[in-house]
Write a protein that binds this ligand. Structure first.
Ligand SMILES: C[S@@+](CC[C@H](N)C(=O)[O-])C[C@H]1O[C@@H](n2cnc3c(N)ncnc32)[C@H](O)[C@@H]1O
Ligand code: SF4
Ligand code: SF4
Length: 385
């Protein structure tokens, strides 16, 4: 099991992407005391509650590299000091602007995985991923991607799908395949500073399915242009295994995910960060065990089942989709994901593609097996009630 702590060392950013959900006006860099508490408490919580779990630290923001290299040298020192028997890993989610040789050496030496945000080829990326003067970031991002890739540092790319690039998914896939770098796609969220941007370039609930499916088909049928996409792999694997494999489809994602902001406020998810009313409390004044048993944490960890989800064919892999998106769109994490109608189409499409690949003779057996997995999960759930 993986326990993920998304740490935001700062909300400061050297870019000003037009759709960014990051809207916290407080702009400190996390202090060494808060960093120390964050790391010590994460390991201590795992030792007491999930001794077999691996801790996954994702450094996020704002722009995490604005906190500078020394901050991360301290982070890895503190991880060594407090980890004890708990295994752990580090990833950084960055806009890539500040990557240079010193950072590359650090990533290599300390086994950091790197994820860089990019929304497609230059004309598409530079519509929204711009600096504070409105200048596009593409040229520097591509340079950084190649620098990280060529050092054999584990690398992924993160693409936000909005109305500005939804019709260009083949160009996006071509870019990923040319770069030979794994990627992920996420739909634009309506949140923070992105609320007004969402009204301009957000997708309707059923509009995420078409670009997702067009790109999935490229991936599924790919030959030489195959490139790994985590959302495609996770959702396909979920259907085959009969159970969700990432936080977007987990029934209780808040059991194993949290996020800590630059001031030490603790949230269920990085996308809720910055708004005090979603916070469990502060790591400087409470232990993580106390925070994870706060009324809000307990409520998140026991998300109710939306009535439409309870009779949905895909509930066992979707569970209402993303809790934070439900919260941001509807002000209620107990509702189902805003993108529900797209998610339903996506799962239906994966099933059709999988069945189309299985030879006729095998297909009935396999379809039966798939539905028995599904029914098995349903039965388990019924037994739980
Ligand atoms: C908030 S950024 C922080 C890390 C870093 N500055 C970066 O851009 O990668 C983390 C990820 O969220 C994505 N993101 C920002 N605003 C978003 C929104 N409104 N909806 C969905 N994803 C968004 C970014 O593109 C990026 O991939
Ligand atoms: S998406 Fe990342 S790079 Fe862009 S403004 Fe937000 S925090 Fe900065
Ligand atoms: S597809 Fe929609 S109805 Fe079905 S489980 Fe997911 S969110 Fe609920």
């Amino acid at each position: 099991m993986i326990f993920t702590n998304v740490i935001k060392p700062t909300h400061i950013c050297n870019l000003a992407c037009k759709y960014c959900y990051n809207d916290d006006v407080r702009k400190p860099i996390m202090t060494m005391d808060t960093l120390d508490r964050t790391i010590e408490e994460t390991f201590s919580y795992l030792r007491s509650n999930y001794p077999e779990a691996k801790a996954s630290f994702i450094w996020h923001g704002g722009e995490p590299m604005v906190a500078r290299l020394d901050f991360y040298l301290n982070s890895v020192r503190l991880q060594k000091k407090y980890s004890g028997s708990v295994d752990y890993e580090n990833s950084i989610q960055t806009n890539g602007i500040l990557i240079d040789k010193d950072w590359l050496s650090f990533f290599k030496e300390h086994d950091f995985k790197v994820s860089i945000s990019i929304d497609g080829p230059k004309g598409i990326n530079d519509k929204n991923r711009v600096d504070h003067r409105g200048k596009g970031s593409f040229d520097k991002i591509i340079q950084s991607i190649k620098m990280v890739r060529d050092e054999d540092i584990p690398l992924g790319l993160c693409v936000v799908i909005s109305a500005d690039n939804a019709e260009h998914v083949h160009e996006i896939y071509d870019l990923m395949a040319d770069l030979r770098v794994p990627f992920n796609i996420v739909p634009m969220n309506k949140s923070g500073s992105a609320v007004s941007a969402f009204n301009e370039i957000g997708l309707d609930a059923d509009e995420f399915a078409a670009p997702w499916i067009a790109m999935y088909d490229r991936w599924f049928d790919a030959d030489e242009d195959y490139v790994y996409c985590s959302d495609f792999v996770f959702k396909t694997r979920a259907i085959l295994a009969g159970t969700a494999v990432d936080c977007f489809g987990l029934q209780n994602c808040a059991d194993t995910n949290l996020s800590i902001d630059p001031c030490g406020d603790v949230y269920a998810c990085a996308t809720l960060s910055g708004d005090k009313k979603y916070s469990y409390g502060n790591i400087n004044t409470s232990s993580l065990s106390e925070l994870m048993s706060s009324p809000l944490a307990i409520a998140y960890r026991n998300r109710a089942t939306d009535s439409k989800c309870s009779t949905c064919k895909w509930q066992h892999v979707c569970y209402g989709g993303c809790l934070a998106r439900a919260h941001k769109f509807f002000g209620d994490y107990n509702r189902r994901d805003f993108y529900c109608s797209s998610l339903y189409q996506i799962y239906e499409h994966i099933e059709t593609k999988l069945l189309s690949r299985i030879p006729e003779a095998y297909s009935r057996r396999s379809a039966n097996r798939m539905s028995s997995v599904i029914n098995f999960n349903r039965k388990e759930k019924q037994n739980e009630k």
